[in-house]
Structure formats: structure tokens, C-alpha cells
Design a protein around this ligand. Structure first.
Ligand code: PLP
Length: 414
């Protein structure tokens, strides 16, 4: 039956919970029945302690708590606090700042940066490019703004970045549209844990430069670094950023900064979008257009979180403390991932090429059915288009070690 509807035609959306939250709820129900230690809840995209509590970087929370009342009560400027914007650039680039004009605008997390990029750098009805393994909200955000998602195969037969597939899809889209937004989540990709090597980044950029020889084409490369603080050594895992310098003026790079994971401030909704361009006008336009969008969509961002980041990057001792505390979390995460990967090898479980990050993905056919089957063993993971996402970030090492064998058995049934 057609239900009575009040929303405008473009806003008719399917009802129901977000599927990841639904699986999380099911896992929590199972924990009540069977006991928390019997349940593997690998649905949550947040780093958790072994006891299931959210991992915290204590010094960040201390800073937040220590702020005077007015820091909570007052608005931030629409574009973000100036000292936050400076700190965000430092947090993103560290010692790997590329050449060019660099500007920053505060957004509510990386999500806000995705939204503004989609809206301001593509036209109505355009296709936004992302790999076949991608974070679901990319599609939500694209569709919310009247855009579509196009995908290419992320991995080639050697489990490297599929540069041919990427180039072919870019080529096809640029034949149909003049503006192209490319969303690329690396390092520590969600959901696969893949990080492009510098050689792979070079290949991407060299192809885009070729395409940019046609001055009518405008390419925006959006680099989502949501998990970069868990992707390896600070400067090593940022070295690809240098490659964003000296690109043609019709290639704009936008890096999305998020305080959610790296500073354990998921709920504070704070981040920034940072542009790198060889043309000063493009940088000024970036500021103007995205500041306007801030005003037009959510006004301004979360002031206390901005102040916290500014304080961290204005005080080397504080920064060191945050990094030391974060490295404990990083180590816990790496050990869990290593336990999973080692046992996956032992039982010949095919997994996507994991380098770092919160998730490991198991490609398989019939992911919905396999996910259901795993739930019989009290393992709760998330079916994706072509596989299953297992959140090593939220599962203790011991359980991570036991799970690959269960995957093999469940997959064999379908
Ligand atoms: N990008 C990716 C790939 C993510 O997984 C997430 C969070 O899960 C984000 C961006 C955005 O997070 P936030 O808006 O909290 O910064």
C-alpha cells in the first residue's frame, strides 16, 4: 500500500534504523542473554577497550573539562576559530605540508567536509567517484544532495590499488560531466584497512594531471584521512601529502580533518576541510563558498573542541602527551589486527589487503547470509556490498584471534 506522505518527492526515504546501529543493538541484546564475554560485537566503528568501554585519550578530555564556562557557551566564528584552523593544518600535515595555497574551514567532523565538497564542487545530478569498498554515508550524503555514486574496483588481482579501473572510470565520468569529485579514504581505509602507497598516489595524480590538460574539466580530489592517526608513524604516513603541491589549477585537493577518532571526540562533532591549490583565487573562493555553506547549513561548529585542538598544537608538551596516550591505543589496535590477520592466514581466509585502521574486510558472496550464520556463533559483523566488515577496533585481541576460523566455516555454507 502507498502510505500517505507529507515530505517533498526528493525526501521520500526508506524507513528504519541505520543497519550498523541495528546490528549493534542485536549484539547488545545477545550480550544480555548470553553474557558480554560470549558475544563478539564487531559492528561498532569506534575504538573500544577490551571491556567494551569507549577508548579515551585522557589528556584531551582533561583539556576539554578544564575550559572556562564561556568557552562552552559562546559561538565560534562561522569559519571556525582562527587558532583552531591553524592547529588543524598542523594536525593534518605535520612536517609534510605541500606547496601551494592552503586554506581551512571548520566543519562538524569529516562528515561536514564531505557534505560541502559534494555540494560545492559538483553539479546537480553529477556522479561522485569512490571505490567499490566505501563508507556508506558517502552515498547518503551524495543522494541527500541530488548526486549519485559511481564506483570502480578498488583492488587489482594482486591486491594493489586498481589504477586501471580508477583511470577508466574517471575517463568515463569526465566524458559526461565537467566537474568531478573523487572521494578517496586513505590511509587506513574504511572498510578495508588499505592505504595507498606513495607510488599509487603518484599514479593517481599523474593520470589526473593528464585529464586536467583539458581546461574545461575541474577535478576535486577529496582525501578522507579520518583514520590517519592510527595509520602508522606520524610523518611517514603523511608523506603522500607532499604530492598535492604543484598540481594544475583545475585540480583541487581537499583534505578532511576529523577530531572523532584521532582525539577521541566523536560526539563533539569537530573537524575541518583544508584545501591545497596552486591558484590563489581557488583558495579564496574555497573559503568564501564553504564559509557560506557553513552559515547556510549548520551555522558554526563546536567551540570547545576547537579550543582544545588549538591548545594542543600551541603546546609541544601537551602534543607529546596526547601522542603518547594515543600510541597506547594504536598498539592495542595493531595487536588485535595482527591477531586477526595471523589467524586468517593460518585458516586460509581471504581478507582485503589490510595495512592499518579500525576495520578488516572479508570479501565473500552472499554477505547477508554469512553474517546471519556468524550470529549463530554470537559474532556480529556488518555485511557490505561484496563482503563483511569486521571492526577490530571494538573486539578484544583474544576474540580477534578466534574469529577467522568461524568465518571460514560460515562462508563455506553458502
Ligand atoms: N570518513 C570515514 C571513512 C569515516 O569512517 C568516518 C567516521 O566513521 C568519517 C569520515 C567521519 O567522521 P566524523 O564526521 O565524525 O569526523
Amino acid at each position: 500500500s502507498t502510505k500517505f506522505s507529507m515530505v517533498a518527492a526528493h525526501s521520500r526515504r526508506p524507513a528504519g534504523e541505520d543497519s550498523i546501529f541495528a546490528i549493534n543493538n542485536a549484539a547488545q541484546q545477545a550480550a544480555k542473554v548470553h553474557g558480554a564475554d560470549k558475544v563478539v560485537n564487531a559492528s561498532v566503528g569506534a575504538l573500544l577497550e577490551d571491556d567494551g568501554k569507549l577508548s579515551i585519550i585522557p589528556s584531551v578530555i582533561e583539556l576539554l573539562r578544564g575550559l572556562p564556562a564561556v568557552e562552552y557557551a559562546a559561538y565560534a566564528p562561522i569559519a571556525g576559530l582562527p587558532n583552531f584552523l591553524e592547529a588543524a593544518k598542523k594536525a593534518v600535515f605535520r612536517d609534510q605540508t605541500p606547496e601551494g595555497y592552503i586554506e581551512a574551514i571548520a566543519t562538524p567532523g569529516g562528515s561536514g567536509a564531505i557534505r560541502h565538497t559534494v555540494w560545492n564542487y559538483s553539479n546537480a545530478g553529477d556522479h561522485i567517484l569512490t571505490p567499490d569498498w566505501y563508507w556508506g554515508p558517502y552515498k547518503t550524503i551524495a543522494e541527500e544532495h541530488g548526486r549519485f555514486i559511481s564506483t570502480y574496483t578498488l583492488f587489482d588481482e594482486n591486491d594493489h590499488f586498481h589504477i586501471e579501473a580508477f583511470c577508466k572510470t574517471v575517463e568515463e565520468l569526465l566524458q559526461k560531466q565537467d566537474q568531478l569529485v573523487i572521494l578517496l579514504n586513505s590511509p587506513a581505509n574504511n572498510p578495508t584497512g588499505y592505504s595507498l602507497s606513495n607510488e599509487e598516489w603518484e599514479a593517481v595524480l599523474s593520470f589526473l594531471k593528464q585529464k586536467a590538460a583539458n581546461a574545461e574539466k575541474k577535478i576535486t580530489l577529496f582525501v578522507d584521512i579520518a583514520y590517519i592517526d592510527f595509520a602508522g608513524k606520524t610523518n611517514e604516513c603523511r608523506s603522500f601529502m607532499k604530492l598535492f603541491g604543484g598540481l594544475p589549477e583545475n585540480i583541487l585537493t581537499i583534505v578532511a580533518f576529523s577530531m572523532s577518532k584521532g582525539y577521541t571526540l566523536y560526539g563533539m562533532r569537530c573537524g575541518a576541510m583544508i584545501c591545497i591549490t596552486s591558484n590563489q583565487d581557488v583558495a579564496e573562493e574555497f573559503k568564501a563558498a564553504n564559509q557560506f555553506s557553513n552559515r547556510g547549513v549548520w551555522s558554526n561548529g563546536t567551540r570547545p573542541a576547537m579550543t582544545v585542538l588549538a591548545q594542543i598544537f600551541e603546546n609541544p608538551d601537551l602534543l607529546k602527551k596526547v601522542e603518547t596516550e594515543r600510541s597506547i591505543l594504536q598498539q592495542m589496535l595493531s595487536q588485535r589486527a595482527a591477531a586477526f590477520m595471523e589467524n586468517a592466514r593460518k585458516v586460509n581466509l581471504k581478507v582485503c589487503p589490510y595495512k592499518a585502521g579500525f576495520f578488516i574486510t572479508i570479501p565473500c558472496s552472499n554477505p547477508e547470509a554469512v553474517t546471519q550464520e556468524l550470529q549463530k556463533d554470537l559474532i556480529f559483523a556488518v555485511p557490505m556490498g561484496k563482503g563483511i566488515r569486521f571492526a577490530v577496533c571494538s573486539v578484544p585481541e583474544k576474540q580477534c584471534a578466534l574469529v577467522p576460523e568461524k568465518f571460514v566455516k560460515a562462508i563455506a555454507k553458502f
